[in-house]
Write a new protein. Structure first.
Length: 440
């Protein structure tokens, strides 16, 4: 019976109650079910959120449309008086064609007989080259919008009339990435290392036909993505942020994070909720009841603290204590109910209840520290776009290409979080002088 229960439990694993990706659900994909309670907000744009409305431009190009004949009697209106005028503005972009600038470096001869030639500007490194704006747009289409190299080259030709080869696009990416790796990533890594709170996560990534790992370290203003062949401490040590980090690290319950003892740990409650939902989906009787009680307690603590901080207040200590007791009793009783660990499935339940019991402070750090969120969603958001790129364009062919991709995505995401226009940042990087955040 225990083996049957284990097999049934495996069949019930899905993206809604485990860390499995949604793509693994197949045709049996469950209906979407958010882990968050209802907010009470209706559909549509939330009140107070910025919208975009076309306003009348003060200095447009004017085209006058004057009627030639009367719509009533048909007479000519050549000498008629103008009594009114209405207007309509059409906002569009003009036809685009490449702008070619020829830089002529003049050579002058001095009376002493020496010939002096003017220096070429930095972007004119060869007799005919593409400029940094076109290069920045190419990198943006490739690693910002996830076109393939060949489709990026085709888009540049269709949009701007610039016949660019796929190899040229690859060269732009390499040059841009090397500048970012050399000048920007060390600054981003230093800023995250010295941050009071940071988020960490990792996800699988196919590189050179083998499984590699994309590691993420991020704050509200900085993102560092790194590619490594390993998932655990060997990779984390090589990246260099976690060994020196001394703030609050928000992460999941992946064991290698716990080897870093100089930092304060805050465990992701979204992962805990998914695991508890799996218990309610596969267990029966008191075990399922204890899991449901823990789910209810966590959700109420989340809502209580979120509402209080929205109102710039501290959460009600009496209610906090009540829900904390509710959670503790659920996980203590759950651990006792599964203490026999008679099957593989029951061992899994027991490990979850024990972890929630023994690491209570790490899971509930969001209650006592306003800077710590309920879950690790910010870290998962940083790897969402790279995962989308892999889904659209497939695996990375080379480790170097994967490293360049991670560097450019780190740069784009950090610039966006600091209010820097993505395309402007990439154009700067294409000149060899990338935008760099203020060092910590």
């Amino acid at each position: 019976m225990g083996r049957i229960a284990d097999l049934e439990g495996r069949l019930k694993l899905s993206s809604a109650n485990s860390s499995k990706p949604p793509s693994s659900d197949g045709l049996a994909k469950p209906a979407p079910k958010s882990l968050r309670p209802r907010s009470g907000r209706g559909p549509g744009r939330p009140k107070g959120q910025d919208g975009v409305t076309l306003e009348r431009f003060a200095d447009p190009d004017v085209v006058r449309h004057v009627p030639a004949v009367c719509a009533g009697c048909g007479d000519s209106l050549a000498d008629a008086d103008e009594v009114d005028m209405t207007w309509r503005q059409v906002v569009d972009v003009p036809p685009v064609k490449p702008q070619v600038t020829e830089h002529q470096m003049v050579t002058l001869v001095c009376r002493c007989g020496h010939h002096t030639t003017a220096e070429a500007p930095a972007e004119a490194v060869a007799p005919i080259v593409y400029g940094p704006r076109l290069a920045g747009i190419g990198v943006y289409l490739l690693h910002g919008q996830f076109l393939s190299v060949s489709r990026t080259a085709a888009a540049l030709k269709d949009l701007f009339g610039a016949p660019v080869a796929a190899g040229t696009v690859a060269g732009w990416v390499k040059r841009t990435a090397l500048g970012i790796i050399d000048r920007v990533l060390p600054v981003i890594a230093g800023r995250i290392t010295n941050a009071p709170v940071a988020h960490f996560d990792e996800t699988g990534m196919r590189v050179e036909g083998r499984l590699a790992w994309l590691h993420s370290a991020s704050t509200s203003t900085d993102v560092l993505l790194s590619v490594h062949a390993k998932r655990g401490t060997k990779a984390m040590d090589a990246i260099g942020v976690l060994p020196a980090f001394a703030g609050v690290a928000v992460h999941d319950a992946w064991a290698p994070y716990d080897t870093y003892t100089s930092m304060i740990h805050a465990l992701c409650n979204a992962h805990a909720l998914r695991e508890l939902i799996y218990v309610t989906d596969t267990a029966t009787g008191p075990v399922a009841d204890h899991a449901q009680q823990a789910i209810t307690a966590l959700r109420r603590l989340n809502r209580l603290t979120a509402d209080a901080r929205t109102a710039d207040q501290n959460p009600d200590p009496e209610k906090v204590g009540r829900y904390q007791h509710m959670l503790r009793s659920a996980v203590v009783l759950g651990a006792q109910a599964t203490a026999a660990r008679a099957s593989k499935l029951e061992r899994k339940y027991h490990a979850l209840f024990v972890r929630l019991r023994d690491r209570r402070d790490d899971y509930l750090r969001f209650v006592t520290d306003p800077a710590v969120p309920f879950d690790n969603n910010p870290a998962e958001q940083t790897i969402r776009m790279p995962k989308l790129r892999i889904k659209v364009s497939g695996s990375m062919r080379t480790t170097t290409g994967a490293e360049h991709f991670a560097a450019i995505r780190s740069y784009i995401a950090t610039a966006a979080r600091q209010g820097i226009d993505t395309l402007d940042a990439l154009i700067q990087a294409a000149t060899g002088n990338p935008w760099t955040p203020t060092p910590a």
